[in-house]
Design a protein around this ligand. Structure first.
Ligand code: NAP
Length: 279
């Protein structure tokens, strides 16, 4: 999801880049990394990860290999190529028990296997010491790939009512906004760890209600508790990331309603084009 946003942004700005993905580029294979991270590279933007949060519970070794050990291999290669590593991490490195936004240097206490694997990746980068920017983000969505916005928009058209959890609070993040804000941070010379999300915060129910209202105002979106939808991995109840240090560098983050409206409009355009093509 995020890799596509980066390609779109760099194409738009005519910034030259090259991409690397499976099967040629496997982050768990140091030799494959060396083939891509060559001394001319400048900046490496790592959008790859083991992102199946529930499956990570039973495959923590694999999640840790991709999100921890593999990130260490990449950091090592960046050290050797004198390249800057831009890497994405997650709100899931925090406990989920707070009641005010997590500061960048707040205690790292992941509540599930995915969060532990991503915390490992952060540690690997800091230990290797290559020039880096670790960007923690949360609740990603885009007009493509599999994500909450596309799923709720589809379900709202198919069903008269939906139940969505109302006891998890966080900050949604448009992948396009995340890529564009990261580029600004790179251009401003930001280093270390920062948080980037949309502005404001909400529950999954609040978020779903706005999506459904746009897709099908007739669909009734009811709040429910997480206990009604048990999942293999524990989800944080509160995962709002503090944005102050980021906003001090690049200005205020646009609110989630504004970024969501942009993505919903793009989804609408895509659907209209599909209808035109099939007519
Ligand atoms: N999605 C969210 O809500 C969210 C929230 C917080 C943080 N993040 C972080 O944001 C970043 C981008 O997330 P995303 O949602 O855009 O992820 P995504 O859509 O799931 O994409 C992850 C990519 O990583 C690739 N990949 C998996 N294993 C790999 C390996 N061993 N070597 C090379 N590539 C591999 C996958 O390839 P295949 O598709 O071929 O398997 C996929 O293209 C990740 O670091 C993620 O942890 C995401």
């Amino acid at each position: 999801m995020l890799g596509t946003a980066w390609c779109e942004l760099l194409d738009d700005k005519s910034i030259p880049y090259r991409t690397a993905s499976l099967p040629e580029f496997d982050i768990t294979d140091p030799n494959a990394i060396k083939r891509f991270v060559t001394p001319d590279i400048g900046v490496v933007i790592n959008c790859c990860a083991y992102t199946d949060v529930d499956r990570a519970e039973e495959s923590e070794d694999m999640a840790t290999l991709v999100n921890g050990t593999g990130v260490g291999y990449l950091a090592e290669a960046c050290c050797q190529a004198d390249a800057m590593l831009v890497h994405y991490s997650t709100d899931y490195v925090f406990s989920g028990r707070a009641s005010e936004p997590y500061k960048i240097d707040g205690p790292v206490e992941p509540c599930n296997a995915y969060g532990r694997s991503k915390a490992d990746g952060e540690r690997e980068i800091r230990v290797h010491g290559c020039p880096h920017l670790i960007v923690r983000t949360s609740w990603l969505y885009a007009p493509w790939a599999n994500n909450f916005v596309l799923t709720i928009a589809r379900l709202a058209k198919e069903k008269e009512s939906l139940q969505v959890v109302n006891d998890q609070r966080g900050r949604p993040t448009s992948a396009q906004h995340l890529a564009a804000t990261t580029l600004k941070l790179i251009e401003e010379g930001a280093r270390g760890t920062l948080h980037v999300t949309d502005g404001g915060d909400c529950t999954w129910h609040d978020f779903a209600a706005v999506i459904a209202e746009h897709a099908n105002p007739g669909c009734d979106v009811q709040p429910c508790g997480s206990d009604q939808y048990p999942r293999p991995a524990v989800r944080p109840a509160y995962s709002v990331l503090d944005l102050e240090p980021t906003e001090a560098i690049v200005g205020p983050m646009p609110g989630w309603r504004e970024n969501l409206a942009s993505v919903l409009n793009q989804i609408g355009h895509q659907e209209a084009q599909k209808v035109q093509k099939s007519a």
